[in-house]
Design a protein around this ligand. Structure first.
Ligand code: ZN
Length: 280
């Protein structure tokens, strides 16, 4: 029997992916993606919205958890690239779908987060003042509805930290962490979880690896950000949740922690970070 066939083998959780049809494309089916994930022990994923249509699609996809070997939860959010579109439709969507504040053990299919939202001063697709206002509004909504805030930040650390400090969101995940140890310290000081993607495997990402080493094991998440950012040795191919096991094994080697333990700890962290309930 293979390692993953053991009854007690821990399973993996992909803390951030985009599996909606617009991201998968016509050639890839969600059933096949879910099967490939489950075959390597990846059985949970958070499906992330980036605008109104993709947030609606994330909610619809998460509702299909019962039909697939991959349990999914959804977030709704407006990406900083699209901040100029305005956040009003997302606010309505979140208010409609949010679970009772204070509840934990949110089952698959639930809305569990706001985002991805944040600041991207690298591309500046929306004016920075608009990005800040729309990010602050989504942070306030996450606080109001007791949802997890999923943060995208690029070349905007100081403003990101300032907005998060003011917002007092109960649970914050810094998605696809690309900073170094100093930025990781700032996130940890805010009480955030730090989520590492396939970037941690990239040759030129020594700063990200240093940040991984200082991140306490109870604050660390792993994600694919599928279909983007496939890890080494899959770079250049569409990413999918199955690869979170590759990223997790890499992080384990980096930290000198067994892969099983990385799976166990990052799944427990995802449970806390998104207030999930896990199947027995
Ligand atoms: Zn993403």
């Amino acid at each position: 029997m293979s390692e993953l066939g053991r009854a007690d083998a821990p399973t993996w959780t992909d803390s951030h992916c985009h599996l909606q049809g617009e991201f998968l494309g016509d050639a890839i089916e969600i059933e096949a993606v879910a099967e490939r994930a489950a075959s390597v022990g990846v059985v949970r994923a958070i499906c992330i919205g980036t605008n109104e249509p993709s947030s609606l699609a994330a909610l619809a996809l998460a509702q299909r958890s019962g039909d697939l070997p991959l349990e999914m939860w959804a977030t709704v959010g407006l990406h900083p690239h699209d901040a100029s579109d305005g956040v009003a439709p997302l606010l309505a969507l979140a208010r409609d779908g949010a679970p009772v504040p204070g509840s934990v053990g949110r089952p698959p299919g639930s809305l569990v987060g706001i985002g991805e939202c944040g600041l991207d001063y690298h591309y500046d697709h929306s004016p920075r003042a608009v990005q800040r206002a729309v990010f602050a509004e989504q942070a306030a909504l996450a606080a109001e509805l007791d949802l997890t805030l999923v943060v995208h930040t690029r070349e905007a650390w100081d403003d990101t930290v300032a907005i998060l400090r003011d917002a007092r969101v109960p649970r914050v995940v810094i998605h696809c962490f690309t900073g170094g140890p100093a930025e990781a310290e700032a996130c940890l000081a805010l009480g955030a979880w730090v989520s590492f993607s396939g970037i941690v495997t990239f040759k030129n990402a020594e700063g990200v690896r240093e940040a991984t080493r200082i991140c306490p094991l109870d604050r660390l998440l792993i994600e694919t950000d599928s279909p983007f950012l496939a890890p080494v040795p899959y770079r250049g191919t569409p990413n999918e949740p199955a690869r979170v096991a590759v990223i997790g094994a890499f992080v384990g080697e980096l930290l000198d922690v067994a892969a099983d333990e990385v799976a166990r700890r990052t799944t427990a962290n995802a449970l806390h970070a998104f207030a999930l309930s896990l199947s027995p």
